[in-house]
Write a protein that binds this ligand. Structure first.
Ligand code: GLP
Length: 261
């Protein structure tokens, strides 16, 4: 795992946007794993800017979502498919029909989950999977106690997550759906590059647990420790609980020129 400590949230967003832009430029048919939540928004804005300035095209890319609420109307502003279109994909030239998410309206949800895993495999797998981290260490919507080998499936949100996400639902946690479909931890691990972004003081504890704590289902993000190519980009605030922060800074400063993130 590589930890990049950026000076502030803007600098962290730039590091993440640069990695994604590189993949989009290099791969003939890049598959981007997109995350929702507030953490990736700065990186999306930078990628939109690059597109608008004519230096980056996503016309040959596809996008797959990590997760989705169950039970929201498809056009609900906080449905993740709506969110990602509004915040990112409708503002670049990535074809709308190539933005995929789990089908949470299917009568047979377990079958829809299996189909989603197959779809990702049929696309050739995810080139770079962007991830945020929840206050309880979740990634996607894999709550603590999720199997480290899990596949896309239905999950029940913890009260902590529903209360954290109430800010997107006019601060009423009772409006936050209880059920979601999320790529499993095993599914996420199949992406070729895992790229996490976390900024601000609220992420100190989950980042410390994920990066330097034990590999455990109680901190689902700790599964990044199993991945051969995982990058965690944090700002100084989110990095403040990392015991090896100086080492990460040193390693990044002296990174060989030929080595990409
Ligand atoms: C939600 C999403 C996660 C995201 C998390 C953190 O629960 N399902 O993918 O990482 O929120 O959100 P934020 O980035 O707003 O802190």
């Amino acid at each position: 795992m590589e930890v990049v400590i950026a000076a502030d949230p803007d600098a962290a967003a730039q590091v993440v946007a640069d990695v994604i832009a590189h993949v989009v430029r290099e791969r003939p048919a890049p598959v981007l794993g997109l995350a929702t939540g507030s953490s990736p928004l700065g990186a999306y804005r930078r990628l939109i800017d690059a597109h608008e300035s004519g230096t980056l095209s996503f016309a040959h890319a596809s996008a797959v979502l990590l997760d989705e609420y169950v039970g929201l109307p498809a056009d609900h502003p906080e449905a993740y498919r709506t969110f990602i279109r509004r915040e990112f994909t409708d503002r670049i030239d990535l074809p709308t029909e190539r933005v995929f998410g789990p089908d949470v309206t299917a009568a047979d949800l377990p079958d829809a989950c299996r189909r989603y895993d197959r779809l990702i495999a049929d696309l050739g797998g995810v080139d770079v999977q962007l991830l945020g981290i929840g206050g309880d260490g979740h990634i996607g919507f894999n709550e603590p106690s999720s199997s480290l080998a899990s596949r896309t499936r239905i999950k029940t949100l913890t009260d902590t997550t529903r209360s954290d996400n109430a800010r997107f639902f006019e601060d009423d946690e009772y409006d936050v759906p209880r059920h979601v479909v999320t790529q499993g931890l095993g599914t996420i691990l199949e992406a070729r590059h895992l790229l996490m972004i976390a900024t601000g003081a609220s992420k100190v504890e989950p980042i410390a647990q994920a990066v330097e704590g034990p590999l455990t289902a109680m901190c689902p993000a700790s599964v990044l420790q199993l991945h051969p190519h995982a990058t965690v980009v944090v700002d100084e605030a989110a990095a403040s609980g990392l015991r090896l922060a100086d080492y990460y800074r040193e390693a990044y400063t002296h990174k060989p020129d030929w080595q990409q993130l």
